[in-house]
Design a protein around this ligand. Structure first.
Ligand code: SF4
Ligand code: SF4
Length: 207
């Protein structure tokens, strides 16, 4: 299971500011530690602003097959939105971003580790539960797991023909991130100040 914690309210509000948003709310792991009450309150505030085009509240959005069907049912509401705001662990956000390649997809939560079963997580959408989710800066592709060195500040410079210098069978994660940001018109995200990873969050869960 994964533990999720809501990002700071100001962060979430700024992600949605001036945009029409579609909200996806995953309660698959709510029995562990999903901030259900806080999410409901925030969702209500966003809905009251009149900028929410629709909402899905469901479980296990990390299951790609089920998620595809659910997204298709809400196609017009998603098309009407400028961005999709996802309340889930990092796997759920990556699953949604994988389907909505032309849409800005934002993570509203940070994900912490808890040993054991992790929902119905498919391996291609990996989350290392780093406790400080970077998906909003990387177009919904996890830099911790998509880059062999878990770099959070951009490409190492060693890739050749789009492949990772550590594993030539693997696509360079940062080239994927660059392409994705270009596709959704968010290359400006790469100009933000250096992100220093807080490794202390890795251990915070069991306290
Ligand atoms: S950046 Fe990656 S490892 Fe960290 S919480 Fe987000 S998806 Fe998980
Ligand atoms: S080549 Fe790309 S994926 Fe590999 S370590 Fe360097 S930045 Fe990361």
């Amino acid at each position: 299971m994964l533990i999720t914690q809501l990002k700071a309210k100001e962060t979430i509000v700024s992600l949605a500011a001036g945009k029409k948003v579609f909200i996806i709310n995953c309660q698959g792991c709510k029995e562990v530690h999903f901030p259900e009450a806080e999410v409901k309150e925030l969702e209500k505030e966003l809905a009251d602003s009149g900028n929410v085009t629709g909402t899905i509240t469901t479980d296990y959005i990390c299951n790609p097959e089920n998620m595809k069907l659910r997204l298709e049912k809400h196609k017009s509401e998603i098309e009407a939105a400028d961005a999709v705001l996802v309340f889930s662990c990092g796997v759920g956000v990556q699953t949604v971003a994988g389907y909505l390649e032309d849409k800005k997809v934002y993570a509203a939560c940070d994900t912490y580790p808890l040993p054991g079963f992790q929902g119905v997580t498919p391996l291609e959408y990996n989350c290392d539960q780093c406790g400080e989710c970077y998906l909003n800066l990387t177009g919904g592709i996890c830099p911790i797991t998509a880059c062999s060195k878990s770099l959070v500040n951009g490409q190492c410079g060693g890739s050749k023909n789009g492949k990772c210098e550590v594993d030539s069978e693997m696509e360079c994660g940062w080239e994927r991130i660059y392409r994705r940001l270009a596709q959704v018109g968010r290359l400006d995200a790469l100009k933000c100040p250096t992100q220093v990873r807080n490794f202390a969050t890795d251990d915070e869960v069991s306290k």
